[in-house]
Design a protein around this ligand. Structure first.
Ligand SMILES: Nc1ncnc2c1ncn2[C@@H]1O[C@H](COP(=O)(O)OP(=O)(O)OP(=O)(O)O)[C@@H](O)[C@H]1O
Length: 744
């Protein structure tokens, strides 16, 4: 007891010291911020008063530039200061969550390493009072038990011994409790983290990162890291913490927010994860869906159906035959075969489709078509077709300029002959020459420019071309139907099928090139199981200078059949020498009872462990009629709310069922319909189609309509698995008629 009291006193004193240090720093930085703010306003005012605002005065414009760069630097200092203040404020609430006592090999002193969200240094003594969780030494806390350890630091491997591992619960600057452990991070702390209610945004997990997760977060060896993790194993969390780690890293790896991109399945998911990086003290990063990429490349000239819309169409197909067709359509358009067809098509276009012409100007040959063709096809220019054509066009325009003067005097002579007024003749000549050049360039564009959408259409409209570029490839049996459906669908350029949208993106990158994303150095792909090979080829070609972290779960693949071999395909597509495939088999999200229940829906032989957090057993509820079911739902929603569960999701198989249910019960209880058509957030009680709930989690999940007609194929079984694994604390399933065979 005495020993505990001593420890307690020591810890309370340290906490006091840290809180005082933080308050001191906060005071200084806050007054600095005030000063900076005043300076900044003054600098802006000065700039406004002393510079011109018209582009006519070039000297003054250069003054403006100088002011602007000074202002930019000042603004940067100001925002950095504001960020530091926000970090100190966060730390005031809970400055650290762990401590290790570490003795480096060859030294007698033992360092007490306190670990928190951010570094905290005493500027006077240069002592690090709290280490950032991402600092090299912090890895020891996540990965090791007491005893000899080693960790990788920039200076090399550091060896030593850990004699203490302690965890703290500090809130509002007050010590709630602490305890020592000799094993990995104690389950109590994790239990507490996992028992909490859900908020509308994803949480950070720094205090309880598990060893397997830490290995992924801190991996710097690989250019491609592929993670297969069961539902709730922390894939998305780990991917985001990995980004925060990379943003913290030293010179070689340091990334800023605009060097990173997350490819997410839909805007709802993007919104859900958008809190994590700011919580970790980092700027937020861009989250892109593939549809966003499409719009970035094609702007408003075309429009594509979203991935969610595409999936809704599949689920709601009128017949099984139609559903199978739509699946086969997506499968073909996303396949390696189709990618090969598009590659060949670009080659075919260059070699056979460009209508080269002899180019004349002023009655002289500028280029012959043979010369132009051999220039384009010589193979010397290793670049996309559009860029080669542009070079060719520039070469011709240069030649045109060389001959422009003589052409102009020719025109002038002709004009003068017709007209005696010299002044008018000159301007008339200029106008004629400009018109002539414009029409020349327009003609030139006939073969130096092309439209990718028209090109893509031609591939399917012209059977001769399609046959030529697919020769020798194994095509699906229903290729005729696929081609017809494509031709029909492409009639409306503002409603292009999602799968063709991806084909168009790939074609554009290959034929025109794309330098829009050269700054991107790290790409995270979430829900990796639902993308086809073509998606990965797009990413590879778009983010040519990036490294990739790809996370997914083949058990949650609903858009296509997939098994773990997809990860080998991904590795092959990217072709990085340094890559690694990692498995996360332990699930943290759901209570033990919900996890056990959901595991019945997994493929046989799937290995999963569950964190043992006990709660109520899931319930399966049979109702005689839809009315009875609606009444029961409403009652249970109220019941869940009264139990203090923050977020409740009623998960339906598709949007139509969700909307119907919403219109039936919305007047009787407070619910919100979450749809892919609008930006939404996931607070309170929501009704949502299952594919939009992917990646999200809720305190209570109510799965609507689990009868044998609704869930009757292996695809449906996976949808059901996804729905059930969204629940943290409560799960109930409702049906009328006969229950699905997967839940018997
Ligand atoms: N080490 C951890 N400490 C605390 N909570 C954790 C930890 N790992 C995972 N979790 C929690 O488990 C839940 C699931 O995490 P996450 O959503 O990242 O998993 P996922 O594998 O992406 O899930 P899914 O594939 O089912 O969408 C989250 O609530 C997360 O905070």
């Amino acid at each position: 007891m005495i020993e505990y009291n001593d420890k307690h006193l020591e810890e309370i004193q340290y906490l006091e010291e840290i809180i005082n240090l933080l308050k001191y720093k906060l005071d200084i930085e806050t007054s600095n911020l005030e000063e900076q703010k005043i300076d900044l306003i003054a600098a802006r005012k000065e700039m406004w008063e002393n510079t011109t605002h018209s582009s006519a005065d070039f000297d003054k414009l250069s003054d403006l530039n100088q002011y602007l760069s000074a202002l930019q630097a000042q603004t940067f200092t100001y925002t950095e200061l504001a960020k530091r203040i926000s970090k100190y404020e966060k730390m005031l609430d809970s400055p650290y969550f762990a401590r290790i006592d570490f003795t480096e090999q060859g030294y007698d002193d033992t360092d007490k390493i306190y670990i928190g969200l951010f570094n905290l240094m005493d500027e006077e003594t240069h002592d690090i009072k709290v280490y950032d969780w991402r600092a090299p030494i912090s890895s020891v806390y996540y990965r090791n038990e007491l005893g000899p350890v080693e960790y990788k630091a920039p200076a090399g491997i550091i060896k030593g011994t850990i004699t203490l591992k302690r965890q703290y619960k500090i809130t509002k600057g007050e010590m709630e409790y602490f305890f020592d452990s000799n094993i990995n991070i104690l389950d109590e702390m994790l239990m507490e983290a996992l028992s909490q209610n859900m908020t509308s945004k994803m949480k950070t997990i720094v205090e309880t990162i598990q060893k397997q997760q830490d290995l992924i977060i801190r991996d710097l060896e690989n250019d491609l890291l592929v993670v297969q993790g069961v539902a709730g194993s922390g894939k998305s969390s780990v991917a985001l913490h990995r980004i925060a780690f990379l943003m913290y890293q030293g010179l070689n790896y340091k990334l800023s927010a605009n060097n990173i991109i997350v490819i997410s399945p839909n805007p709802l998911f993007s919104k859900y994860i958008s809190n994590v990086l700011p919580e970790l003290g980092e700027d937020n990063i861009n989250e892109f869906t593939f549809e966003n990429i499409f719009f970035k490349l094609y702007e408003s000239r075309l429009s594509v159906k979203t991935k969610s819309e595409n999936f809704e169409n599949i689920i709601c197909a009128a017949t099984e035959e139609e559903r199978n067709f739509l699946r086969s359509y997506n499968e073909f358009k996303g396949s390696k075969t189709f990618k090969e067809i598009l590659d060949r098509f670009v080659y075919y276009f260059e070699h056979k489709m460009i209508k080269f012409e002899d180019v004349y100007f002023n009655g002289e040959f500028l280029e012959t078509k043979q010369l132009l063709k051999s220039f384009l096809l010589s193979g010397k220019l290793n670049m996309p077709t559009a860029k080669k054509l542009k070079i060719m066009e520039n070469r011709i325009i240069e030649k045109l300029h060389e001959r422009k003067l003589s052409r102009r005097s020719k025109i002038e002579k002709a004009v003068v002959k017709l007209n005696q007024h010299e002044f008018e003749s000159k301007s008339f000549t200029r106008m004629l020459a400009a018109k002539e050049t414009a029409s020349f360039i327009k003609n030139l564009h006939n073969f130096t420019e092309f439209d990718c959408f028209e090109l893509y259409k031609t591939l399917f409209e012209n059977r001769k071309i399609f046959n030529a570029v697919s020769k020798g490839l194994i095509l699906p049996e229903n290729i005729e139907k696929i081609i017809n459906y494509t031709n029909q669908s492409l009639q409306d350029r503002y409603n292009i099928p999602y799968a063709d949208g991806m084909g168009l993106v790939y074609l554009k990158i290959k034929a025109e090139g794309c330098d829009l994303f050269r700054d991107i150095k790290q790409v995270v792909v979430d829900e990796a199981q639902d993308y086809y090979p073509l998606h990965y080829h797009i990413l590879k070609n778009l983010y040519r200078d990036a490294r990739f972290t790809v996370v997914g779960d083949v058990n949650q693949s609903v858009e296509k059949k997939s098994d773990v071999s997809i990860y080998d395909d991904i590795i092959e597509i990217f072709g990085f020498e340094k890559n690694n495939k990692v498995f996360l088999n332990k699930s943290y999200r759901s209570s033990y009872e919900i996890s056990k229940f959901s595991s019945k829906l997994l493929e046989e032989g799937t290995y999963t462990e569950y964190f043992k957090r006990n709660e109520e057993e899931p319930e399966i509820i049979q109702c005689k009629t839809t009315d009875e079911l609606d009444n029961k739902l409403i009652k249970d929603i109220e019941n869940y709310k009264s139990q203090g569960l923050n977020t409740v999701a009623i998960i339906c198989k598709n949007r139509k069922t969700a909307a119907d249910l919403y219109f039936r019960i919305a007047g009787r209880t407070k619910v919100k319909l979450v749809d892919y058509l609008e930006e939404q957030s996931i607070t309170g009680t929501i009704i949502v189609p299952v594919y939009l709930a992917k990646g999200l989690e809720f305190d209570a999940v109510m799965v609507y309509g689990t009868d044998n007609k609704t869930y009757n194929t292996d695809y449906d079984k996976k949808l059901l698995y996804i729905a059930c694994t969204r629940a943290l604390h409560r799960l109930s399933l409702y049906y009328t008629g006969k229950i699905t065979r997967y839940l018997k």
